[in-house]
Design a protein around this ligand. Sequence first.
Ligand SMILES: Nc1ncnc2c1ncn2[C@@H]1O[C@H](COP(=O)(O)OP(=O)(O)OP(=O)(O)O)[C@@H](O)[C@H]1O
Length: 805
Amino acid sequence: MPSIRAPATKRTTTLTVAVKCRPLTEKERGRDIVRVNDNKEVIILDPDLSKDYLDRIQNRTKEKKYCFDHAFGPHCTNLDVYKRGISSIVSGVVQGLNATIFAYGSTGSGKTYTMVGTQEDPGLMVLSLHTIFALIKKDKSSDEFEVSCSYLEVYNEVIYDLLEKSSGHLELREDPQQGIMIVGLRCIKVHSADKILELLNLGNSRRKTESTEANATSSRSHAVLEITVKRKQRNKYQNQVMRGKLALVDLAGSERASETNSGGQKLRDGANINRSLLALANCINALGKQQKKGLAYVPYRNSKLTRILKDGLSGNSQTVMVATISPADNQYHHTINTLKYADRAKEIKTHIQKNIGMIDTHVSDYQRMIDSLQTEVCRLRKELAEKESQLSVKPAEKAVDDELSWLDILSRETSENVQERINLQKALFELEETNLRNRIELQHLDDAIAKQQAIEREGAVVETLRARQQVILDNIRDNDEVGINYQKEIEENEKHRCQLQDMIEKAISKDGNKTYLRILSQYRLLGMANTELQFEMAMRDQIIHNQREAQRNLWNLLMGLGLEEKHLLDFAVKHGIIIEDWMMMPHLGISDKKQSSVSAFGRYVPMGYSQCSSQSFSGSCIFQHYQDFGSRSFSRGPWDASGTFCREEHHSSYYMLSNDLSPPAYLRLRKSANHWIGGAPDSWFGTPAKRPQNLRSSCPELRNWTSPCCEGFPSGSSLSADLSYQHKETWNNASRQHLYKSPNAGMSGGQTMMGNGGTARGSSAQLSGLHSSNHIFQHTEPSSGPNISHVPSFATAGTNLFCNP
Ligand SMILES: Nc1ncnc2c1ncn2[C@@H]1O[C@H](COP(=O)(O)OP(=O)(O)OP(=O)(O)O)[C@@H](O)[C@H]1O
């Protein structure tokens, strides 16, 4: 029986910003210039005492006033901060919610004191742990809890495991369900707060600290303690697992080299710390700006720190920023700087949603493939390291030394090249995504202006819309510029990759270290395959995300129409549809019906349904209303001249959000194996000759995997052209039959309603090969042929996308 699932409700919230001013230390002889009023207001007095009354009333003073969610003066303890601003957020972790708490401030302002604390004044990390275990102990349900913890540091842009005695460099990866993941990071199961505290102390003792002019024990690394609480429900939701995550972050101290009096390694550390803190500040700026200025691109990828904090800054997390400041007058500029960012951070929005363990099968397929690739890469890396150490015990002749350092450099550069490529491709993808959304808003603005002008030629509303249009255009231009730079970097990366490959190939033909070079070559190939899969997965995640949004909108629409429970139930019974997870839709007024046969609109519900005729509901509307993105006069940047795979898919997702019914719907099927990563042929990581077929032949481990550029689908741009009408009809019929009749059609869970976030599988996968070509439906009203020419002819690759399931 088909079933549909009510989406988990999402709540949008803003970052909670708390400011904490520490007391003056004994060393500081300066004046206290910070005042805290009403637990919310922070006043920073002018450090220059010579300013008189006249200066003040003529506004020549540097006194500044800010208002935050919470403000704490020098006499407040960490417990005060915790109780007022944080404990409620930590409680949510036991209920499957994510939370992030990070301390932000200049060096010596009290970040570590706030996060870790002392015996007498335990910090937020310690207090949070106690809360979590106390809540678990108090829980009266029969649910099973499992708490685990990891602790890492980012030092000089390299991630280390603080719970590992001699941790190697760890890699960062993005997981569709769990967000950012660190490959190989130890996650230790714990049964008491004391055990975690023990681990915390152990980790802290391994953390890189230095004595600087500004702070005797200045943290040189960013530390992230992550506590995961898994809750297996033992009641009616037998199969549900809730997974809450709490990330507690103590950032390294930002400083000015001149003030900290550091040189050599310390200076280099400082430069790296400042770079990542600058990246964080840029993200905060962009996110703050986003609320006022459309979709600005957020450069998370510019540092490991921002990637780790990504969820906390904009994703599924309830986040608290504790801005720490010093009261000393000589810290005025640092204090103002910190407060400026804190002020901006108040605007940042995150979207909280319970993490309930139901993983889309196709995502887990990809995940499995990536996991096995990662494992293979790790194995090869280990082999490489062993080979290196074997070579290093050879007699220390100069020639051998030279060769070793050459091999070492080659190996390192290969690894860096692969990593850089992954990063750049993903960054470019995210940037395109951002601009696509901007363009959609632009299009809506165009329409709104046209409509408004029909009422009044020029007026205040039109003016406001035009102003907004300009803002969005500025954003698009800015983003395009960033995109050009990324493109250039990708080209550079590609050139470097070719050089490395040449070097390896030449060396293999004459060098004695054949095994070593073979491993290196294989490692590089696997790294490439890894990149491709990760990239494709990132795109799929985005599609899933968009489709979930669409589904959520659809539910909202149902709600907004005031549909009665009875109607819904009758309709679903009639059509034999199960609606799952009613508990998650309390706004529908239907409770406690985990799996009820209820009525809905039939299997396929068109998005713009409020304007739809009844025919639309009963018809075969698998897809949504057509929108002509391609024919609009968007201000395209030079780097997006060619359509890309991700865009195509995103367009298809965006169609779902459209209410525009005017152009008739139609079905269109396209397939192409021409483009792969990012769309443009040269986006492919390897040279054309090294596409997956070759990759697989040169790399036996890859032979059993199906690549998106599989055999059997001729390449060439002509493939992105439409199939003949006959083909379309055949496909249309076959897929309709498949979608209507096959019990396995649609999502793996048998779901058949549009937008629950999956790609079609089962027989449709056989029809096209799951990863071997693209079959993209945009509409399913065959009568709508005339509009075909309007659809942008994007070349696509590597997916099999039905937007209905
Ligand atoms: N609330 C407080 N009460 C008493 N002492 C404090 C308080 N906050 C900070 N201190 C003291 O101030 C000094 C600097 O604090 P801390 O090391 O936490 O700063 P930080 O911001 O983490 O510095 P860095 O960024 O260089 O690591 C320490 O000696 C610490 O004990």
